[in-house]
Ligand binder design. Structure first.
Ligand code: ZN
Length: 459
């Protein structure tokens, strides 16, 4: 299959008259630029105006999409915070059945594709029945996420989550948390059960390991989880909330990032989610590891987590990517815009991460395509031979992009327009979004509507 693009963002920069050939497995087989346009257009299966690498969405809890917008009222407590939001999330979980979880996951994956993401890195922590009893198949709900990815076609990196305790003091799980809990031994079996589905999924699917956070996993189990992950994706929530930092500091004698970097060989396969609470020294130290900071700017805004020290982190060569986490809203352009605007509001500056060579949009977009791929353990994020064909097309007919060239394309996409500019998306060569709409949109949306009607009645 061949795609001809008038302009494309390649690893060496913007190129014109680009021809991309994709093999049967979904990898980029060959790539050439400055080809003879008329001839290339005639032989291509698709002719597109602007071709970009499609990033991975590196952090998601799919089921939370269904409670988006339900937590915007004041509760009884004096201050509405992350922790009161979490109470609502736990209550919502009590009514979710396996079919619901699969339907919601397919829906949110479809939305991710329509936003321009080619891959969903699912941080999957709901494992058991509402009363905490495991399903007959321990990895039942992991399989439901896998089944959803077959419906949506998105590239999946599944991260089964190890969750042991209700806090650093190893208190037992609260009533809202019993669907998550496993000791390491049972978790290893669950992980094995989840891995067993891989042969039934597309070959670009992958699996990793996610110890939930320093507050939910003991030190021995964390070491075991790191060993289980090997060189594969290893994700963990880190330093999201001030209260969390204080709790870790009191229990383990150091701030979360300091503690982790002192006690583990944090390497390129690690992805630390949030990192909104880091000192300058922690920021520099994390940047030096080559690990990914997994940022979720829309969710971090929604939950009032704080602002990631992005300017300093990038200036130290730190790597990052973005994810939609609580899935309150699925928007690639808005994640990037929110990240940049948070830096500007804090520092009272403009174009905070731009360089003299590359614009803000270019710096951000290239950071998250490379970082998302690394975090997903997926050879993608760049339009180059041998990579998965994770590609997105922007609408060249849009008034926003009329006459626009080079980096300014990305600046317009991120700051002046939004994801409605995304017309086509391929995930590992699967053409899933056409004319801005997912190919199975009708059936996925109608199933989601049915589930939501029931859930709203029960919630
Ligand atoms: Zn999360």
């Amino acid at each position: 299959m061949k795609i001809y693009a008038d302009t494309a963002l390649l690893p060496e920069g913007w190129k014109s008259n680009v021809l991309v050939e994709i093999d049967k497995v979904g990898r980029i087989a060959s790539l050439s630029s400055d080809v003879e346009a008329a001839k290339a257009k005639a032989t291509a299966d698709h002719r597109v105006p602007i071709l970009l690498p499609a990033p991975a969405n590196l952090h998601s809890h799919a089921f939370q999409r269904a409670m988006a917008g339900m937590s915007e009222r004041r509760g009884a407590e004096a201050l509405d915070t992350f922790w009161t939001w979490r109470q609502i999330m736990y209550r919502f979980l009590d009514i979710l059945k396996p079919d619901d979880i699969e339907t919601i996951a397919a829906f949110v994956q479809m939305e991710m594709l329509e936003a321009g993401y080619a891959c969903n890195v699912e941080f999957h922590y709901v494992h058991h029945q509402p009363d905490g009893t495991p399903y007959a198949a321990l990895a039942e709900l992991s399989h439901r996420i896998g089944a959803a990815s077959l419906d949506s076609g998105i590239g999946l990196t599944l991260l089964p989550v190890l969750y042991q305790y209700g806090g650093c003091d190893k208190r037992p799980l609260g009533p809202g948390q019993i669907r998550f809990g496993n000791d390491f031994e049972r978790f290893a079996k669950l992980h094995q059960g989840a891995t067993a589905m891989l042969p039934n999924l597309p070959v670009d699917s992958a699996i990793g390991v996610a110890p939930h956070s320093l507050r939910a996993v003991g030190q021995d189990a964390l070491r075991d989880a790191v060993q289980l992950a090997g060189s594969g994706p290893l994700h963990m929530h880190l330093a999201e909330q001030v209260k969390e930092v204080e709790e870790v500091e009191a229990a383990w004698g150091a701030r979360p990032t300091d503690w982790l970097l002192a006690n583990h060989q944090v390497a390129e396969n690690w992805c630390l989610i949030h990192c909104t609470q880091m000192t300058d020294a922690e920021t520099d130290a994390l940047a030096a590891t080559g690990a990914i900071a997994g940022l979720c700017p829309i969710t971090e805004s929604s939950l009032g987590d704080g602002i990631f020290n992005g300017v300093r982190y990038l200036s130290k060569g730190g790597r990052l990517g973005v994810g939609s986490d609580s899935n309150i809203r699925i928007s690639l352009s808005e994640e990037l815009r929110t990240f940049e605007y948070s830096q500007r509001l804090r520092d009272r500056c403009r174009a905070s991460v731009a360089t003299t060579e590359r614009s803000t949009g270019r710096v951000l977009f290239e950071a998250v395509t490379a970082g998302g791929a690394q975090a997903a353990g997926r050879k993608s994020g760049r339009i180059e031979e041998g990579a998965w064909a994770d590609l997105l097309v922007l609408d060249g007919k849009s008034l926003m992009l009329d006459g626009v060239k080079g980096d300014e394309i990305l600046d317009m996409f991120i700051f002046a327009a939004d994801d409605r500019l995304v017309t086509d998306v391929w995930s590992a060569g699967r053409h899933l979004v056409k004319d801005g709409c997912h190919v199975a949109s009708d059936s996925i949306r109608s199933r989601y509507r049915e589930v939501m009607t029931r859930l709203r009645q029960e919630f």
